[in-house]
Ligand binder design. Structure first.
Ligand SMILES: *[C@@H]1O[C@H](CO)[C@@H](O)[C@H](O)[C@H]1NC(C)=O
Length: 111
């Protein structure tokens, strides 16, 4: 009999939209299995110089994961990768083969 060892992984994803109507993040929370790929979206309304993706572990500060400038389309950081499309004013954060250690709250921020 096959045994399922999949560990559940929770990636929380808070909406900055509540504090800043210029930014929307989707989805609000993700519950995925280890090994799955994750996609998170950030949409914005203003002109930007750069967009940052942060992670926050409970009780800790924000830690910058990726900073992508308005003239860049894509930026990798290990298993993480961010894309930016300034025409649709949206950015995706991808996590490849998620691990339990990826469990965190992810934020995007604009400058
Ligand atoms: C996850 O993403 C990687 C890299 O893009 C891809 O090779 C792999 O097939 C994807 N896995 C799943 C389960 O979609």
């Amino acid at each position: 009999m096959e045994k399922l060892l999949g560990m559940s992984l929770v990636i929380l994803w808070l909406q900055l939209a509540r504090v800043n109507s210029q930014v929307e993040q989707n989805p609000e929370s993700l519950h995925i299995q280890e090994g799955e790929n994750v996609t998170m979206t950030c949409s914005y309304k203003t002109a930007i110089d750069n967009l940052q993706w942060y992670r926050q572990d409970s009780g800790r500060g924000l830690v910058l994961q990726i900073l992508i400038r308005s003239n860049e389309k894509e930026k990798p950081n290990g298993r993480l990768r961010a894309t930016l499309d300034t025409s649709t004013k949206s950015s995706f954060l991808f996590i490849t083969a998620s691990q339990a250690a990826d469990t965190a709250t992810y934020f995007c921020a604009l400058d």
